[in-house]
Design a binder for this molecule. Structure first.
Ligand code: AHR
Length: 504
């Protein structure tokens, strides 16, 4: 089979929401303490006057331009008392932490996170405790962050040094409320009932906020039910999906399969929006559907990444050491988001620092995992409008993870997505094949065009390579390619992520 790629800048799909390149920081392992916040680090030059890691800030702000960060969990949030994390640090209580079996010092709390977001120039996205937390606690937190009148919690914020409201726009109605590991696990019926009451009250307090409903993986009866019940009250529907695989192709197939969950979740949103209009019954030819809701909540993939909990257990800090294979899987994830731009309102990689993260810290500095580099390139260039790409390439027919993917989706050896932005076309391609380079004609690239080329992996690498503090062996190789004839062929190297960018 002759592999080929075609794209036309006029064939746009939808505007890409920049929030798809968001991050997530949880009180888990070394994500907050030692990741974001490290006041006792002996290398004082790395630490800002507020105790933040300046090297992490610089990666998140200056390299990844991370637009939004979810906080404080994750499973952690199910027993979190936000009130413990405000006011003088010396007076804050230590509490048992039940999600990851630790002790929470509360040295880093709401005001520290807001200050960190201001330094990172990103928006905060807060997750409410709907486990042990009450609606009163939730309302108090919204008031503390967003209250502008002289009310108790807004005044408490002022007393703690912050005059102006933080105006936190995005709030999640709980985290993985369906999970058996959750303190105060809920049935879908109980959660839906509670979520409506919380949404109603929070919007009475602050109608400007955007609420994110707690979904499952997007393809479950939980997702169907809670959307059906709560759709009118929420602005987005969250889904979580971690891909993994004990071999390279299973790893790739698992990331490819995530597209089905986004598609099913979006269909469930549409299903929940419509109801049968039976007023013309029994004239069945005139029975139609009508919308129950004017708005169409988008999908928020607020936990996604490659994660094998057997390899990196959550209660041991989940410090994955990512390989080039994982970087290619992350490339597939990012391509999937760009292709599904019409369905997605936000995506936050889980997580941003140290815990299943593209960025790692030691006392001496940061280092970038293999997975950092596709994220860096996508976040830098895949903006504007998503453009349709057609790929002709061999598919993988072996074992997949999850198993259902084998009969449900074709896993292409070459996965691609594109965007057009500020006069440039950006083409993002994963060649997952372990053996074959693909020489592919790029229809639509005209003679004389100079193409910027960024490659992660490919020649000179193997898929099991990974980085470390002193060895970022998986990184970006940059070059240019001059197109000498219309439809010239570009070589996508085996096991590589490539981003091509040219003026159109
Ligand atoms: O990101 C790690 C954990 O994975 C989160 O705390 C939880 O929400 C998910 O199960």
């Amino acid at each position: 089979m002759k592999a080929s790629i075609s794209l036309n800048p006029e064939h746009t799909i939808a505007k890409i929401d920049p929030l798809i390149y968001g991050g997530f920081t949880e009180h888990m392992g070394r994500c907050i303490y030692g990741g974001l916040y490290d006041p006792k680090n002996p290398n004082t030059s790395l630490i800002t006057p507020s105790g933040f890691r300046s090297d992490v800030l610089s990666c998140m702000r200056d390299e990844l331009s991370c637009p939004i960060v979810r906080y404080p969990g994750g499973n952690f949030v199910a027993t979190y008392r936000w009130q413990d994390g405000i006011g003088p640090v010396s007076e804050r209580p230590c509490r048992p932490e039940l999600a990851w079996s630790g002790v929470e010092s509360n040295a880093f709390g709401t005001d520290e996170f807001m200050a960190w977001c201001a330094e990172a120039r990103c928006e905060p996205y807060l997750c409410l405790n709907m486990g042990t937390g009450t609606l009163e606690d939730g309302l108090a937190w919204v008031e503390y962050c967003n209250g502008s009148k002289n009310t108790y919690y807004a005044d408490l914020r002022r007393k703690n040094g912050r005059q102006e409201p933080y105006n936190v726009k995005y709030w999640a109605l709980g985290n993985e409320m369906w999970g058996p590991w959750q303190v105060e696990q809920h049935s879908k019926e109980d959660y839906a009932k509670k979520a409506i009451q919380w949404a109603k009250a929070i919007k009475l307090l602050d109608p400007s906020v955007k609420l994110i409903l707690c979904g499952k993986d997007g393809a479950s009866d939980w997702d169907r039910y809670v959307l059906q019940e709560c759709l009118k009250w929420v602005d987005m529907h969250s889904i979580h999906y971690y891909s993994a695989g004990d071999s390279h192709y299973k790893n790739i197939s698992s990331a490819t399969a995530s597209a089905r969950n986004i598609q099913i979740a979006s269909s469930l949103v549409d299903l929940a929006r419509c109801e049968l209009d039976l007023s013309a019954f029994p004239d069945v030819s005139r029975i139609t559907t009508r919308a129950r809701s004017e708005t169409r909540p988008k999908i928020c993939v607020d936990e996604w990444n490659v994660w094998d909990p057997a390899r990196a257990p959550g209660d041991q800090g989940a410090e994955e050491r990512y390989t080039l294979s994982d970087a290619l899987a992350v490339g597939v994830w990012l391509n999937t988001f760009v292709r599904h731009a019409s369905e997605l309102g936000m995506c936050t990689i889980a997580q941003s620092v140290n815990v299943i993260a593209p960025l790692m810290t030691t006392e001496a500095g940061v280092w970038r995992q293999a997975t950092y580099f596709p994220l860096l390139l996508a976040a830098a260039y895949l903006h504007g409008e998503s453009v349709a790409v057609h790929v002709k390439a061999p598919t993988y027919g072996g074992e997949t993870f999850p198993e259902w993917a084998r009969d449900t989706i074709a896993v292409p050896m070459v996965d691609a997505a594109a965007s057009r932005h500020e006069g440039h076309l950006n083409l993002s391609v994963v060649n997952a094949d372990l053996e074959r380079d693909f020489l592919m004609p790029l229809e639509g690239v005209k003679k004389g065009v100079e193409v910027q080329v960024f490659v992660v992996g490919g020649e000179g690498t193997t898929v099991d390579m990974h980085n470390g503090m002193d060895s970022e062996v998986v990184n970006i190789k940059e070059s240019t390619w001059s197109v000498e004839e219309d439809g010239a062929k570009f070589k996508f190297q085996k096991h590589s992520y490539t981003l091509l960018r040219w003026k159109y």
